[in-house]
Design a protein. Structure first.
Ligand SMILES: [Zn+2]
Length: 392
């Protein structure tokens, strides 16, 4: 019964706020009468709680709390407690009630507004959240940065890329470099929209803007390459794609298909193999090895391709490479099959060594040792030997 835990937390939070409030009253040498009024309402609220009338209890507690610097924090804690539990309507009530208090300082008011905007976001009331946050972001204050960050989340959710760009640029001005990379993606999203309505001039402009924010934006290079290819500018297409190897070599696999086509249109297969050769020296990977194997097979025949692939797989084993090797081997049973089998044996040995043997069907925990109680989720009898193609 999760509500019981929540109620207990509310009582504690309210009691803490109440006691803090009383301490403040004593400090200020006020009379005890308001403290006694508080305690009476506190017990009325407690009575509601015990009868599980949560809404009435909250109502009473909210009324009971004297508002001062300490109790604002208690309110905010209560609000975020509701928000975390998914009871966002209650969280909204708490925050709206706080905002209505005239005694809030402007800083406190801004903080409560921010929390309320987050409530609206959680409740899916994005328009209301956006209006509040946009208003907060207009002026300079201690919560402006966070308001901008929340606003950015909304525009990302709504895929409003023009507005996202505006907010992202504001955030970048505050000195956060990480927004440069994000902005490049927003410009790429904008470029895609331009391409969809066939506005190629604006699309190119958006891609250029992406590069001004992040010169290593792989996505912008890929978009540009696609445009150049479609415009019949194969040399420029190749230039954009080969740049990816310098920007971030992990993404080279995404370039190979179009690169092969562009070199093909120019009738320059050698150019493609030269590029693959350079990649193999700098950073060999499965995709490059497979592309080279394919070119070799059609250019110089299966035997050459088989020899190349066998040599590469010894240094850079991969499942896809092994699959290609078997295809070639089946097509040419007479050529070097013993070496292929040796390679296959070595690779499956390595894979079996790395594979977990036991897995928990409750939380997914896996390992090489059998446990009757899962170390991950503490379930009994949930771990069993892995079945299927990679299992027992
Ligand atoms: Zn488990």
């Amino acid at each position: 019964m999760p509500d019981v835990a929540l109620l207990a937390l509310i009582v504690v939070a309210m009691l803490a706020g109440y006691l803090l409030g009383r301490r403040d009253l004593r400090k200020k040498n006020h009379s005890q009468s308001s403290g006694q009024a508080l305690s009476k309402e506190y017990f009325v609220g407690l009575n509601y709680l015990l009868n599980e009338q949560t809404d009435e209890a909250i109502e009473t507690f909210i009324k009971a709390l004297d508002l001062n610097n300490d109790t604002v924090d208690t309110y905010l804690a209560l609000g975020s407690l509701f928000a975390r539990r998914g009871e966002v309507e209650k969280s909204i009530r708490v925050h709206q009630d706080l905002l209505a208090r005239p005694s809030l300082t402007s800083s406190q008011s801004l903080r409560v507004q921010l929390e309320l905007a987050k409530d609206f976001m959680q409740a899916g009331l994005l328009d209301r959240a956006e209006a509040m946050l946009a208003d907060m972001a207009r002026n300079n204050h201690e919560y402006r940065l966070e308001a901008l960050q929340q606003l950015l989340k909304i525009y990302e959710l709504e895929r409003e890329w023009t507005k996202a760009v505006a907010v992202g640029e504001e955030l970048r001005k505050t000195g956060a470099d990480r927004y440069a990379v994000v902005l490049a993606h927003f410009y790429c999203e904008g470029a895609l929209i331009c391409l969809n309505r066939n506005d190629r001039v604006s699309a190119r402009k958006a891609i250029r803007q992406a590069f001004t924010r992040d010169k290593n934006c792989v996505r912008a290079s890929l978009l540009l390459a696609r445009m150049e290819f479609d415009d019949g500018r194969y040399r420029d297409c190749i230039k954009a794609l080969e740049k990816v190897a310098q920007q971030n070599s992990h993404y080279v696999p995404l370039t190979l298909e179009l690169l092969e086509q562009a070199y093909g249109r120019l009738g320059n297969v050698r150019g493609f193999t030269a590029f693959l050769g350079r990649c193999l020296i700098e950073r060999p990977g499965g995709a490059v090895i497979l592309a080279m194997t394919k070119v070799l097979a059609s250019d110089r025949g299966d035997e050459q391709a088989l020899r190349f692939l066998t040599g590469q797989l010894g240094k850079n084993p991969s499942l896809k490479g092994l699959n290609a090797l078997m295809t070639l081997q089946l097509r040419n049973p007479a050529v070097g099959s013993l070496q292929s089998i040796r390679l296959l044996k070595e690779m499956t040995d390595k894979m079996l060594e790395l594979k977990p043997v036991y897995q928990c069907n409750s939380c997914g925990f896996s390992g090489k040792e059998m446990h009757w109680m899962c170390p991950g989720c503490h379930s009994w009898g949930a771990i069993a030997p892995v079945q299927g193609i990679e299992g027992e």
